[in-house]
Ligand binder design. Sequence first.
Ligand SMILES: Nc1ncnc2c1ncn2[C@@H]1O[C@H](COP(=O)(O)OP(=O)(O)OP(=O)(O)O)[C@@H](O)[C@H]1O
Length: 180
Amino acid sequence: MAQIIFLHGASSSGKSTIAKALQDRIEMPFWHISIDHLRDAGLLPTRRFKSGEFRWADARSAFFDGFHGSLKAYADAGNNLILEHILDKENWLEMLARLLAQHDVFFAGVHCPLELLVEREAARGDRPIGSARQDYETIHVGKAYDIELNSTDSVDANVEALLTAWRSDRRVSSFTRQRG
Ligand SMILES: Nc1ncnc2c1ncn2[C@@H]1O[C@H](COP(=O)(O)OP(=O)(O)OP(=O)(O)O)[C@@H](O)[C@H]1O
């Protein structure tokens, strides 16, 4: 059984920042997995999607199905994962819970006040304006977490709190509930 720590929060909420600090601190090797890494490594023909030559809407579903399947493949092979991701389709939680049913999934909600999200999104300039707000209003609805973090707290404090909760083996999140 692999260990999976899933950081779930709006765009710009601080998932990557926490994931990197966590990977530096945690007592076992964990791979930090994010769609950002695939995009930044040049996996997608981003320029041609942006130009309209290819339609992202046509490719999106297969891309995410592949990404979700790859998480199962990594975990089934025995790799521990720090996953940062946004569940922006209603059935994704259920699907991931099924794919990762053999593994210990610790589900962490990463929160950030809306004004700060909007400020960070504008300062970064590399995310579509408005996605943080849209995520903020939707992605946490109906989700139960093993821990809820707020990125107004320091990164160190969040990592410390997460590690304490993760080590406790108490799992009460939507992932655990999906398993009945
Ligand atoms: N605790 C923090 N204090 C100050 N700035 C922060 C903090 N956490 C994140 N940031 C800043 O906010 C921006 C977004 O952070 P980060 O990349 O970690 O968010 P994310 O949730 O992974 O975003 P995305 O989903 O869009 O990739 C970055 O510029 C980062 O430096």
